[in-house]
Ligand binder design. Structure first.
Ligand code: PLP
Length: 446
């Protein structure tokens, strides 16, 4: 029967699987939740409980579950031609078509696409490209990467080194000589002596001092999520992005915008760097919503001016020795193309632009509860930060974290999946969510 089958699955999960961010400790008594089927914004577990998925899988299920057009596209491509090597001069039809489409959607002269398997491998590739560019143009000393505390840039060793979430930085030997972490632009947890209106200046002064200390000749790039996602939906203060970009341009430091979460409609546009934040980055990184989570795929979109400069140097070995067996995988590229076609047909970005403010407004109703410290977000990317007391703390306390965990457990019982992280409850529902579903999410949270 269902209950025995489900128990058996959970036993095997515990016996044979180490999950991402999973624990091998004997002390965890967390029972695995096995998701068996899904439709629209709802998922069903192996015990036949249904939940509204306010996490959107992992920020990625933008078109929602059970989309037959996406599934059929994958099937058709698998039958026609499931795979061929992308290396060197070999290519495939969906990869070419998708590259042309991404170039059309990306801002400015970002017209050259390099595929990867995921966000992490895209981050790694973007940094390798920055080093390749500076090596090629005779500035070999430019190697350091500026990143930020609270950033999340993935789980390769380099991605993890760029990430700045304190809790994750245990048990590993990070590449800290290559990476310099600036302060998090986290207004809610800013140092208490800094007034909110001075916070942007404080961050920019620190950035300028860091460049001076490290030496612009040693710095390759600044990698930044326009809104820090997993670090806690941290929206930098007004003016931060443009001033940071101006500083980087002045010092010939490349600006790499990690839009793995903020791209593909979550903020109401295919890319948010230019539209919401006035940026014209040298490289944009994308993944997740690119395929609406139906297949793993990432990409970096490079500025033509960088490519042109590299071409003009007439390198002896012009090869960018970076890539993966599954770069530009035909099934993943085909589903990404179909995803974009459907997003355009459904006017999904317009839908997010109209429903996003409603979502944030409804969420802000929760500010009245004393355990709620902060509510922040942008369109369909939001989080609630819990606090056990009003006392200032630069990091969440154990009591703050316990509240988030209790909220998570209770929501789950009531049929809502939220994502607890430290003292946060992160919300990133599928973009197809409607007002009524938002209302039921808020009711459960309430
Ligand atoms: N960059 C950002 C901003 C992310 O949020 C993530 C994942 O959450 C990544 C990179 C890594 O992507 P992936 O998990 O596909 O490797």
């Amino acid at each position: 029967d269902i209950s025995n089958e489900s128990k058996e699955l959970k036993r095997n999960d515990q016996a044979y699987l180490l999950h991402p961010w999973g624990s091998l400790s004997e002390n965890t008594n967390d029972e695995p939740m096995i998701i068996e089927s899904a439709n629209g914004v709802y998922v069903t577990d192996s015990d036949r409980n249904q939940y509204l998925d306010a996490i959107g899988g992992m920020w990625c299920m933008t078109l929602g579950y059970g989309n037959e057009d996406l599934a059929l596209t994958m099937q058709e491509q698998a039958v026609r031609m499931p795979y061929y090597t992308p290396f060197g001069s070999m290519s495939n039809i969906p990869a070419v078509q998708l590259a042309k489409k991404l170039a059309a959607l990306a801002p400015g002269d970002l017209n050259i696409v390099h595929y990867t398997n995921s966000g992490s491998t895209a981050v790694d590739s973007a940094i390798r490209f920055c080093h390749y560019y500076f090596n090629a143009t005779g500035k070999e000393s430019k190697k350091i990467i500026l990143s930020r505390k609270d950033a999340y840039h993935g789980s390769t060793y380099l991605g993890a080194s760029l990430s700045g979430k304190a809790w994750d930085r245990t048990c590993f030997q990070y590449m800290d000589t290559l990476v310099h972490h600036l302060s998090s632009p986290h207004s809610y947890r800013r140092p208490p002596h800094i007034a909110e209106e001075n916070f942007c200046n404080y961050l920019l002064n620190e950035m300028e001092e860091a460049i001076q200390q490290l030496g612009a000749d040693n710095i390759a790039c600044f990698i930044a999520e326009p809104i820090l996602a997993s670090g806690g939906v941290i929206v930098p203060p007004n003016g931060y992005h443009q001033r940071a970009q101006e500083l980087m341009k002045r010092h010939n430091i490349l600006f790499v915008s990690d839009e793995v979460v903020t791209g593909f409609g979550r903020l109401g546009h295919f890319f948010s760097s230019n539209i919401h934040f006035g940026l014209d980055p040298d490289i944009i990184i994308t993944a997740k919503g690119l395929t609406s989570g139906y297949a793993p795929l990432g990409a970096i979109i490079l500025s033509e001016h960088l490519a042109r400069e590299i071409k003009e140097t007439h390198l002896k070995n012009p090869v960018f020795t970076n890539g993966y067996t599954y770069s530009g995988h035909p099934i993943a590229c085909a589903v990404a193309l179909k995803n974009i076609e459907l997003m355009e047909k459904m006017a999904l970005c317009e839908h997010v632009r109209s429903i996003g403010p409603y979502f944030i407004e409804r969420l802000q109703e929760l500010e009245k509860y004393p355990i709620v410290g902060d509510i922040r977000g942008h369109h369909l990317m939001a989080c609630i930060e819990f606090r056990a007391s009003n006392a200032y703390s630069p990091i969440p306390t154990l009591e703050d974290i316990a509240i988030a965990q209790a909220v998570d457990t209770h929501c789950q019982r009531l049929g809502l999946l939220v994502r607890p992280y430290e003292s946060l409850c992160i919300l990133s529902p599928p973009l197809i969510i409607n007002e009524q579903q938002i209302d039921s999410m808020i009711n459960i949270l309430q």
